[in-house]
Design a protein around this ligand. Structure first.
Ligand SMILES: NC(=O)c1ccc[n+]([C@@H]2O[C@H](COP(=O)([O-])OP(=O)(O)OC[C@H]3O[C@@H](n4cnc5c(N)ncnc54)[C@H](OP(=O)(O)O)[C@@H]3O)[C@@H](O)[C@H]2O)c1
Length: 212
């Protein structure tokens, strides 16, 4: 599949581009800055498109079969960027996919999104992610929403815990394993119209994804 990775220069997204290429997909990397293209090509991106979620993004969706949304405003910007990127940028990506007739959409969301009121520190972020997730769920797209716990840069373990809502809090998962899940759900029809949380765990990723 030709897969548009939105936010492709991000830490999870770069690993996802590599993972997609290794699985025989053709990643199209959407980045804000031209200089980010070379590194992504080395990871396996077939094409680089320059687009900013705060502006028009329609040109990025040309000849694409699926979209993985892995962008985010990050913890160092204010709530204004949370609204413009994590919320509005995600909703805009959903709308553009629908307008372009692209059916498959994988959303990188976050654990804690089920009930943002349980969080004090990042409640506004979790609300933004929840509204974007709900917007996707109410669309006509074939979606999968992946909600990881706190991300680490450790090496992939290949083993995860996957449930609709995991009761354990304050736990982690490696970015590399998240990337494997994002790439792994892409053509698994049993994960369509599903939302689940993931943490480091004890089940091989393929087995966990097959059980969704
Ligand atoms: N950190 C955690 O523990 C955690 C836990 C659960 C879920 N998540 C979610 O996982 C996401 C990915 O994590 P990560 O560590 O890979 O984040 P990251 O490295 O900060 O990557 C985010 C990417 O989004 C891009 N971006 C920001 N604003 C944009 C815009 N206006 N238009 C286009 N692209 C834009 C950034 O582009 P530049 O490279 O140009 O800055 C960056 O490449 C987070 O954003 C968050 O929603 C995070």
């Amino acid at each position: 599949m030709r897969v548009l990775v939105v936010g492709a220069n991000g830490q999870v997204a770069r690993l996802t581009v590599r993972e997609l290429a290794e699985r025989g997909h053709e990643p199209v990397a959407m980045v804000r800055n031209e200089n980010q293209g070379e590194g992504l090509k080395r990871l396996g991106a077939k094409k680089i498109v320059i687009a900013d979620l705060e502006a028009d993004i329609t040109h990025a969706f040309k000849d694409v079969d699926a979209v993985i949304f892995a962008a985010g405003s990050g913890g160092k910007t204010g709530a204004d960027k949370t609204i413009l990127v994590d919320l509005w940028g995600a909703m805009k990506t959903v709308d553009t996919a629908m307008n372009k007739g692209i059916k498959r959409f994988v959303m990188l969301s976050s654990m804690g999104t089920v009930d943002p009121d349980k969080s004090d520190r990042i409640r506004h972020y979790l609300v933004a992610k929840k509204v974007a997730d709900d917007y996707l769920k109410n669309s006509s797209l074939s979606y999968t929403i992946v909600r990881p716990g706190s991300l680490t840069t450790d090496e992939a373990k290949g083993l995860i815990k996957l449930e609709e809502e995991i009761q354990v809090r304050d736990n982690t998962i490696t970015r590399e394993d998240v990337a494997k899940v994002l790439a792994g759900v892409l053509d698994r029809k049993n994960t369509y119209q599903k939302t689940f949380e993931i943490l480091n765990g004890s089940m091989p990723i393929d087995e966990a994804l097959d059980s969704v």
